[in-house]
Write a protein that binds this ligand. Structure first.
Ligand SMILES: [Zn+2]
Length: 109
C-alpha cells in the first residue's frame, strides 16, 4: 500500500461582510496570511495540517477494550448496567482508549 507523499488542501475563509468564500492553500496562508474582499484586508489565522494515517484512527470495536473501560468506570463507583450503557454510547465517536474513557464519562448526565 502506498502512502501519500504530500497534501493539497484548501482552507476556506469567509468574508464576514459579503460571505463570499476564499479558497487558499496552505502555502498561500503561510506566506501571506490575509485576503482582500469588499475593499478590506482580512488577517487570517495560519493553521498546520498534519497527515494522520487511518490505522491510527480506526474506531474501536474491541470488546476487551470495552470491558476494560467498563471495569474502570465500575472502579469509579458506577454500577455495571450504567457503565455498559455509557461505554456503548461513547464508543461510536472514539478513536483511542483514552478517548473512550473520556467520552464515556461525558455520557454520565
Ligand atoms: Zn466580501
Amino acid at each position: 500500500m502506498l502512502k501519500p507523499v504530500d497534501t493539497d488542501i484548501s482552507l476556506i475563509y469567509e468574508c464576514p461582510q459579503c460571505e463570499m468564500r476564499h479558497w487558499l492553500n496552505e502555502d498561500e496562508v503561510r506566506l501571506s496570511p490575509d485576503f482582500v474582499c469588499c475593499g478590506k484586508l482580512y488577517k487570517i489565522k495560519p493553521v498546520k495540517i498534519k497527515l494522520e494515517f487511518a490505522m491510527l484512527t480506526e474506531p474501536i470495536k474491541n470488546n476487551r477494550l470495552k470491558d476494560e473501560v467498563v471495569a474502570k468506570l465500575r472502579g469509579l463507583g458506577y454500577d455495571r448496567g450504567k457503565a455498559q450503557l455509557m461505554v456503548s454510547e461513547a464508543i461510536k465517536d472514539t478513536k483511542t482508549p483514552e478517548d473512550l474513557m473520556k467520552n464515556a464519562l461525558s455520557k454520565d448526565i
